[in-house]
Design a protein around this ligand. Structure first.
Ligand code: THU
Length: 164
């Protein structure tokens, strides 16, 4: 699937055109051995995930994709709720898939909106990602590649508890 095919879903309960499920939910090993990050492939996965968003209230679909240290790629989309405050960001469903696919550490991450533009995770989701991040987790943003440590400086996380 090319990037141009990644269109946002429209309307409440609207289902996207069917795509190859393995592209969205499978643990596609695009980067065996955790080699150089192919940001274009990761972006494509995020844009495909975005087409699965359920965002009838905000009208703002989001898709996220992450490369794990073993080469696995996972993705997620936002899933809103009539009780607005309990809606899930794309990063929430992404970390759910991370666990469902057997766990792992995130080495690279990207997140896009309905226009395909890069967005940065909200504060809560930076913490969510930190829980599962590798020592260095690279993020592609509108301003280029940065790290989670730059987005969430002096973060509290699992390594702090491990030191007790
Ligand atoms: N959203 C995400 O999924 N991830 C982010 O990092 C920022 C915001 C979603 C939440 C809500 O469904 C919609 O975008 C508008 O805020």
């Amino acid at each position: 699937m090319s990037n141009d095919d990644a269109t946002p879903p429209s309307g409440r309960g609207a289902r996207p055109e069917p795509t190859d499920d393995t592209e969205v939910t499978g643990s596609l090993r695009l980067f065996p051995g955790g080699g150089a990050v192919d940001w274009e492939k990761l972006n494509t996965r995020a844009r495909i995930a975005m087409t699965r968003a359920y965002a009838p209230y905000s009208g703002y679909p989001v898709g996220a994709a992450a490369l794990l240290s073993d080469g696995t790629v996972i993705s997620g989309c936002n899933v809103e709720n009539a009780s607005y405050g309990v809606g899930l960001c794309a990063e929430c469903t992404l970390v759910g898939q991370l666990r469902m696919e057997g766990g792992g550490e995130i080495v690279a991450f990207t997140c896009v909106n309905g226009d395909g533009g890069h967005i940065t995770p909200c504060g809560r989701c930076r913490q969510l990602l930190h829980e599962f991040s590798a020592e260095t987790m690279y993020m592609l943003t509108a301003e280029g590649v940065t790290t989670l440590a730059e987005m969430l400086p002096q973060a509290f996380g699992p390594r702090d508890l491990a030191e007790r």
